[in-house]
Design a protein around this ligand. Structure first.
Ligand code: FHN
Length: 492
């Protein structure tokens, strides 16, 4: 045999070993410090002071819990719930929580809404009960949205619940009620703050720099206050971090993340907070994820067929029920509103791609939820009660996507979440090499026949008497990937 044929695999093996070594070294040093780069990586990567802190997924218990929870609810609640999308008799179709911007309302006038903040129907225990029945494992609450109004009595600003007729600490009441139901609480926090005179969209002068430095100190104080006063918080989800001012202060984003992680051991932080030395957000200039999970999927999801790269890092998507309303808007007829099946499909889709899904709710100013949201929580909960085992703790299965729906997987359990039943009533399953399907059961029902149609191809019968709507089949498999199937692997 010629040297040429001998060398290719040898060189390939050597390169593979070198890459594996580089990754191993990088992984070891990344856990130690932000700024360290490995000797090998330094040759090919830009040196960064404020880049990613690690390569690959965080694998500690808190991160696993975040990942296994899979389904969360978002709550956007603030002064914007009072006008509900209408200002001076005009209804604005844009996102209700941005009404101040659409209607060009001056900050003082907007914050004057605080005088009307008195949610007499706010019952935190009922909120927690609704979330538990919906099957969500965590809730993300807007501690402060862009308007600057704080749901907790912050001592660093006068724009808080404490200075409203309601007076009480809404955030504290919610944390307590959700935690009592075993539901994790995540804090949404907008760095962008329309109420603060020192906020700057960009830094163009020394005055801007001085003002923004004061603003960052204020923001850091508020974050420390939140982390200290509500130590059971599990996650900080940053928003409003896209302005040039923030991108020019990457050092602060790294410092804020570090501070929160020191104050709340195990806490997770989304990728939106971080900017690197070059102002790159989410992923640093070397393409590595910053923060603990990617949070760029807002009202959209990765492509189910091609985007398998997303399984390399943790990610979380969030969705609205109308097209783009997060806070309460009085008129939902202005855009399409998703049905429960569409919401369930997005939840399953996210998990099938290794991500989490967060469904948004925008409570009314009186503290109650609109009937459509109550119904949605109920319908999603009904489905989750029966089929939740294909969501919690599940991940990307790695099997070829089929038109009937989505796979999810937990260990050796592979789930088929079926959204489109074919006329044939046979669901095609193409397994990876060395994986056989030996049986199938409708969750909450009976076994259903499986036929081997070709090598690595099976037909699973649509079970009789499936309930209306999407259903889930659990497959029994035999995975002999470790063994060599010499006869089947013969030349073809
Ligand atoms: O501008 C906000 C918007 O109001 C809402 O809070 C969403 C939630 O993901 N985030 C921002 C836009 O990215």
């Amino acid at each position: 045999m010629s040297a040429y044929f001998l060398n290719i695999p040898v060189q390939y093996e050597m390169r593979k070993t070198a890459i594996a070594l580089a990754l191993l070294l990088a992984a070891c040093s990344a856990s130690a410090q932000v700024n360290e780069s490995t000797p090998l990586a330094a040759d090919i990567e830009k040196p960064l002071r404020y880049g990613a802190e690690r390569l690959g997924k965080r694998q500690d218990a808190d991160m696993r819990r975040f990942r296994d929870n899979r389904l969360g609810a978002f709550i956007h609640w603030g002064l914007y719930a009072i006008p509900g999308g209408e200002w001076d008799g005009k209804v604005y179709p844009g996102a209700a929580e941005w009404l101040k911007a659409w209607a060009k309302v001056p900050a003082d006038e907007w914050l004057g809404l605080m005088e009307q903040w008195n949610p007499v129907n706010f019952k935190p225990r009922e909120w927690a009960d609704m979330a538990r029945r919906m099957g969500v494992k965590y809730v993300k609450i807007t501690t402060k949205h862009h308007e600057g109004f704080c749901l907790w009595p912050s001592k660093y600003t006068k724009y808080t619940v404490a200075n409203t007729p309601y007076k009480k600490d809404i955030l504290g009441e919610l944390v307590k009620a959700f935690n009592e139901q075993g539901i994790d609480v995540h804090f949404y926090f907008s760095v962008l703050d329309w109420s603060h005179p020192d906020y700057r969209y960009d830094i163009k002068s020394d005055d801007d720099a001085a003002a923004y430095a004061r603003f960052l100190e204020f923001t850091e104080n508020q974050l420390r206050e939140l982390a200290t006063n509500y130590p059971t918080v599990k996650d900080f989800w940053f928003d409003g971090t896209w302005d040039a001012s923030m991108k020019k202060n990457a050092w602060w984003t790294a410092r804020a993340e570090k501070m929160l992680k020191e104050l709340v051991p195990g806490v997770t932080v989304n990728s939106r907070l971080r900017a690197d030395d070059f102002g790159k957000r989410h992923f640093d200039s070397n393409g590595h994820l910053m923060g603990d999970y990617e949070s760029g999927y807002e009202r959209r999801l990765p492509d189910p067929v091609r985007d398998t790269k997303v399984t390399r890092w943790d990610w979380e998507a969030c969705m609205t029920l109308p097209e783009n309303q997060w806070g309460y808007h009085k008129d939902w007829s202005l855009s399409y509103v998703k049905s429960p099946v569409e919401v369930i499909e997005r939840i399953v889709h996210a998990v099938s791609m290794g991500g989490n899904m967060v469904v948004n709710f925008g409570p009314q100013a009186d503290g109650d939820f609109r009937p459509e949201e109550k119904l949605m929580a109920q319908e999603v909960g009904r489905w989750m009660k029966r089929y939740g085992e294909c969501i919690y703790g599940c991940d990307y299965a790695g099997w070829d996507k089929q038109p009937w729906g989505y796979y999810t997987r937990k260990g050796d359990d592979v789930y088929m979440a079926v959204f489109n039943v074919p006329y044939s009533r046979h669901l095609t399953v193409v397994t990876p090499k060395n994986v056989k399907v030996t049986g199938a059961t409708l969750i909450g029902g009976k076994d259903t026949p499986v036929t081997e149609a070709a090598r690595n191809e099976y037909l699973v019968d649509v079970p009789e008497n499936t309930p209306d709507g999407p259903f889930v089949i659990k497959l029994r498999i035999e995975d002999s990937s470790g063994e060599k199937d010499r006869y089947r692997d013969a030349l073809t």
